[in-house]
Ligand binder design. Sequence first.
Ligand code: FE2
Length: 415
Amino acid sequence: MKKKFVNAKIYRNDSAAEIMVEDGQITQIGTNLPKGEEEIDLKGKLVMPPYVDPHLHLDYVYTLTELGQEGAGSGTLFEAIELWPKFKETLTVESVKRLAMKGIKDEVSQGVQHIRTHIDVTDPNFTALKAMLEMKEELKDIVDIQIVAFPQEGMYMYKGGRDLVEEALKMGADIVGGIPHYEPAREFGEKSVHDIVELALKYDKLIDVHCDETDDPHSRFLELLNALVYMEDYGSRSTASHTCSFGSADDSYAFRMMDIFKKSNLNFISCPTENAYLQGRQDTYPKRRGLTRVKEFIESGINVAFAQDSINDPWYPMGNGNMMNILDNGIHLAQIMSPEEVETNFDLITYNGARCLNIQDSYGLEVGKQANFIVLDESSVYEAIRKRVDVLASVRNGNFLFRRREPEYEIPLEL
Ligand code: FE2
């Protein structure tokens, strides 16, 4: 059946207002297209590819509530990592799936269709990984899930951690993860970065490292990761998540590094709400913001995306899967609100995330691609961001995943 979506205000495409869909694929995009068998009026609302959340911990979502009082720590990253192992022992495949489903629902119901999740594999039973491999398959019609084999407790801080990551890759994880700043000494952090790149090359997997998630400007595992992927020509398949310490690095060092990031094509993910909450905890005043150099990356043409990271877990008590909230916080913390910056701010939760996920060839509103898109409750980019508007509808393979009505007012709210 030919479905024609009309009257769309397409993000970053002023020359088209209609999308023709057949068998779930976009067959035409433009204006004055032939008649469809079904016509859907999008009423001039902003249409863009689905939100991408490129960094989320689906095996942690809602565990803070499950932990009760015990989970309510003082709010540092390392304290949360210490709390986790006790809880991890109680997990079952069913319990992981039950909570993860709540997090997925939060995200999908607000316009996300692509999630990259880090799954803790420092667990010889691989309980969470087994659960997530099942969910990835079961939910593929509503959301694409990529799984990072993430050694939360370290490749060396945790006995046998490196080998567990390798086993997880054999079991079907898509991406090699790591946490070098948590390893017991710099030497082991560096060793883990070498391991990450070697494993990715050996198993033909992507890379996404929790890298330098600390305010310590001496934490420079990013430098090594970038050098290794540069030399292997693997930067576009690799991502450095967080890189908070790079926000505290000396400018002369940072600008030298950004020059090499450009050459390597390494991707970056910043988690603005999470890191604004976790970082700067040892600072008195001024307190650092915890963010990497998002503005400078954008200005230098280095790919950077925003992510949710946590929903109600020992690391972060808030979070609700609303990428507009992440974008709003991110553009404040990174100070990117000039008219030119606003025009492309949505890239931070759409196209840039897709590049981190390496799905840029299949993602976006173009002929031949899957008809996946969202409809926002505004027609201009600026107004949508300023008002933090909701997603009115999410379309996947040409079908509505959900549709919301605009509110109707009993009392007229206009003069
Ligand atoms: Fe994370």
